[in-house]
Ligand binder design. Structure first.
Ligand SMILES: [Fe+2]
Ligand SMILES: [Fe+2]
Length: 211
């Protein structure tokens, strides 16, 4: 494999020919929160990248996985931070357990990356299987627990409910400043609601105080 095909400069794997979607997104994975769904979809794409590995030599395999694992881990850490930030801001009662699950995953990944760097064989296959199984199980068992809780808060992370795209909302904000658009107290993004800011703040404080 030529050097130009390696590293961050190259075309994303999912745009390459013969890329197979081994793990397909399904509606049953949806948290009905656009921000989270987008991140979960991206994580599945990383898993598929790893499953699409076709490098033949050990050196190419090493390079491939080093690249994909690095980007996967960074992305997942960012995703965990997003979930944990919303959990904390909304006083989600399952925060501690959920954070423990995230931390357990992070520790395993750090160990796998170290084994990989130490040149241990078969770790890569194990890592890919672990990643796929962990992500799917975590979404199905742990992440689903926060859906109902998050939905009680009118946070921008639920803006998919409005039927408007992020772009529509941002455009509308410029056209009609302050109309039905508000700043999310969790992620500081814009969200759409016909309630007044005062009412939203009251609702927010009442729900948060009950946890
Ligand atoms: Fe999670
Ligand atoms: Fe998640």
């Amino acid at each position: 494999m030529s050097k130009s095909k390696l590293g961050f400069q190259r075309q994303p794997y999912y745009l390459q020919d013969q890329w197979i979607e081994h793990v397909r997104w399904s509606d049953s994975y949806s948290m009905k929160i656009k921000l989270i769904d987008d991140q979960h979809m991206e994580i599945l794409r990383f898993v598929n990248d790893l499953l699409n590995n076709k490098e033949e030599t050990e050196a190419d395999k090493h390079e491939y996985f080093k690249d994909v694992i690095g980007r996967t881990v960074l992305y997942i850490k960012n995703h965990f931070a997003t979930e944990e930030r919303i959990m904390l801001a909304t006083r989600f009662p399952g925060y501690e357990d959920h954070k423990k699950a995230h931390n357990g995953f992070t520790l395993t990944v750090i160990k796998s990356a170290k084994d990989f760097e130490d040149g241990k064989r078969l770790v890569l296959t194990n890592f890919t299987n672990f990643l796929r199984n962990w992500v799917l199980a975590h979404i199905a068992v742990m992440d689903v627990l926060y859906i109902k809780h998050f939905k009680r808060f009118n946070i921008c992370c639920t803006m998919s409910d409005t039927g408007l795209s992020t772009e529509d909302i941002v455009n509308a904000a410029f056209e009609q400043p302050g109309s039905d658009l508000h700043l999310c107290p969790v992620c500081r993004g814009l969200y759409y609601s016909q309630q007044s800011v005062e009412d939203l703040e009251k609702e927010w404080n009442t729900v948060a105080a009950n946890h």
